[in-house]
Design a protein around this ligand. Structure first.
Ligand code: PRX
Length: 648
């Protein structure tokens, strides 16, 4: 799992540094000397309706309040002010559809449609602080819906379109959300997929009936029926043509959105982000780390259904008034040149993607990027999982032509924005290591007792000072405390330490190498999944007695899910049960969580206290040397599991 550093170093070129938004390394010291007021730099990127006096209120820690007396509206900041500043005809979103269709929204177009949809949502009874669930694929109506919600002060909860009906229903119930925005279906690899029936199935599961807006994405031949309380998006927009809605004044601490993510418990947790701190932080990191300038064309390839798409596909770039590219499809449809063709045609300046995608590009071969003119690129970025030096090098040479710095950015749904990365115009890059913490961010790698570990040794990655993009809470305050602040904090002395759930080590230059999760969360090809979530779907299948799920990462490729299961008396661990398990996981979560391997075993390896030893299964799955097995109650199962794995 650990990307070995190959010891090579790379510096940004003078040509890049000269134009970089930040090129002076004194920013680190400046932020240190002037903390927390240094964060006014981030807040100053926004237009406030009521200026804040206080930067940070720590009195209710760990419920920190950033810019507590400030007031603003996120939709105003991402749309209206660019129109008012005379940039109304500047492209805000350049959208590339799966089938080759394209749409460009200028800031004026965005202004019009966001207003019309905000008016429509109000008309449907959406009030300030009502949570609106958005279940849409990568079509322009997704960011428009988010901004329309922000305009009327209704927090959005975007659920990735690939999630199943069950997963959607769980999230809607947890957020008490009675409003849903979805679509009839979408295209994947040229085929039409039905989304509405998944949404309808989820709605059947809710106690109250929800108001639904349906975007017509498929052509008319597919068709769909709207039931009571279901409304057609286009008709709603048409009926509000030209209507404007005054942006609602929100406190900085008011909720901008909720984003569900996997945690150590069975249920996904709703991470709550604030309006002021979050928006300031996503704009600031987009400017300083991704070096985005208003005149750039910038592309973050992440789906908006995950946090990367929220912070760096929508809020950060639009707050800065740049042009954000949005692509609906997969990187290999209709062929493996698709992304490079999009970069070439749009003359993309900055490209931000995930290591799992880079590894796929590598596998396909350099002939695809080589065939395209990628000389518009100035900077490359990666996020989501550790990037191994070989993939880094390939990205650097074949996409960046050896001229673009790469920012390897470590952060999480909870942090709202980037935390650890080099600043591209300042820092030396070391492939395999994300870099130092950003200015103003304080990272500590600690041992079990919370004591800092010596340089170069691994430990737990913690953050011991608050930052503006931090989650405000979870939908459940107790869980918030338990998940992040209980392990290394000292509440009696009012010392609060945020635990990320990741392991890491720091080298002599202060560079952080992230080693991956140390808790029961899996990172599968950049998607975060809870072992408990998948395991509970597996044990829900009739005939399964017990299950454990681990991640396999053979061949340096993105993670795959391995499920180990024992059967109930009278049931056979056969092909049929295996299929039922796979289908069970797809129904409960979605196809992307599907186990690649299901291995039946008479018993799972357990410690004397009865805990399943997942680490051991992970070693077996990855054909690594087995760690310490002396605490096992049933050491004899190890050989049986290895044999079952070989047979499978
Ligand atoms: O394990 C870390 C990994 O992704 C986790 C966060 O996942 P999520 O909340 O879904 O957000 C993904 C996008 C921000 C982290 O706990 N991770 C993220 N970025 C990196 C990383 N691991 C290593 N290096 C990174 N650059």
């Amino acid at each position: 799992m650990t990307p070995p550093s190959d010891g090579r170093r790379f510096d940004p070129s003078p040509a890049f540094t000269e134009r970089a938004n930040v090129s002076d390394g004194s920013i680190y010291e400046e932020f240190e000397q002037n903390w927390p007021e240094c964060w006014e730099r981030a807040a100053d990127l926004l237009e406030w309706q009521e200026e804040y006096d206080t930067v940070l209120d720590e009195s209710d820690a760990p419920f920190y309040e950033w810019f507590p007396d400030g007031e603003l509206n996120a939709s105003y900041n991402c749309v209206d002010r660019h129109v008012e500043e005379g940039r109304k005809n500047h492209a805000a979103i350049r959208w590339e559809g799966k089938l080759g269709d394209r749409r460009t929204y200028t800031y004026q177009d965005l202004y019009r449609e966001v207003n019309e949809f905000a008016a429509a949502l109000r008309g449907l009874g959406v009030e300030e602080d009502d949570v609106v669930t958005i279940y849409l694929p990568m079509i322009p109506e997704l960011p428009i819906a988010m901004l329309a919600c922000a305009r009327i002060g209704a927090p959005h909860s975007v659920v990735f379109a690939g999630f199943s009906a069950d997963a959607l229903a769980t999230r809607m119930k947890s957020a008490d959300s009675e409003h849903l925005i979805t679509c009839d279906g979408y295209y994947r690899r040229g085929n039409a997929f039905d989304q509405k029936s998944k949404a309808d199935n989820a709605l059947l599961d809710l106690d109250a009936s929800a108001t639904t807006v349906v975007v017509d994405r498929l052509d008319e031949s597919v068709g769909h029926v709207l039931a009571d309380r279901q409304h057609d998006y286009r008709e709603l927009i048409r009926s509000r043509a030209g209507v404007t809605v005054e942006p609602v004044v929100r406190d900085a601490g008011d909720v901008l959105f909720v984003m569900y993510t996997s945690g150590t418990t069975g249920d996904p947790k709703g991470v709550v982000h604030s309006t002021g701190g979050y928006l300031a932080y996503s704009a600031w990191t987009t400017q300083t780390v991704l070096d985005v300038k208003p005149e750039d064309t910038y592309w973050c390839s992440a789906d908006i259904g995950w946090i990367t798409g929220h912070s760096y596909g929508v809020y950060g770039p639009l707050a800065l008034g740049t042009t954000s590219v949005m692509y609906e499809g997969s990187p290999d449809y209709p062929d493996r040149s698709r992304l490079w063709e999009i970069i070439e045609r749009n003359a993309v300046d900055v490209f931000y993607t995930a290591p799992t995608a880079i590894r796929a590009f590598m596998k396909w071969g350099q002939q695809y990027p080589d065939r395209h003119d990628l000389s518009s690129l100035r900077l490359l970025g990666t996020v989501g999982e550790p990037i191994n030096p070989r993939a880094w090098q390939w990205y650097y040479e074949h996409v960046g032509n050896g001229e673009c710095p790469i920012v390897d950015t470590w952060w999480q749904t909870e942090t709202g924005g980037m935390m650890v990365t080099t600043l591209p115009g300042v820092g030396t890059m070391k492939p395999g290591s994300a870099g130092p913490p950003l200015p103003g961010i304080s990272i500590e790698v600690v041992d079990e007792e919370g004591e800092p570990v010596p340089t170069g040794e691994s430990g737990y990655l913690t953050v011991d000072r608050p930052w503006p993009g931090m989650l405000r809470s979870l939908s459940d305050d107790d869980q918030f405390f338990e998940e992040y602040w209980s392990r290394f904090s000292d509440p009696d002395n009012d010392e609060w330490v945020y635990f990320s759930g990741d392991g890491a080590r720091i080298d002599e230059d202060g560079y952080v190498t992230v080693l991956g999760r140390v808790d029961d969360v899996l990172n599968v090809s950049g998607h975060r999944l809870g072992t408990m979530e998948i395991e509970s779907a597996v044990v829900d299948v009739e005939g399964v007695a017990e299950a454990a799920v681990v991640v396999g990462r053979q061949g340096g490729h993105g993670g795959t899910v391995h499920a180990y299961a024992s059967t109930e008396h009278g049931y056979e661990g056969d092909g049929e049960l295996r299929e039922q398990i796979v289908a069970g996981v797809e129904d409960a979560i979605g196809p992307f969580a599907r186990p690649d391997r299901v291995i039946f075993t008479p018993e799972l390896p357990k410690t004397r206290s009865g805990k399943i030893m997942r680490r051991l299964l992970e070693d077996i799955a990855n054909e690594e040397e087995l760690g310490d097995t002396s605490t096992l109650r049933n050491p004899e199962v190890v050989g049986e599991i290895e044999a079952a794995g070989r047979e499978d």
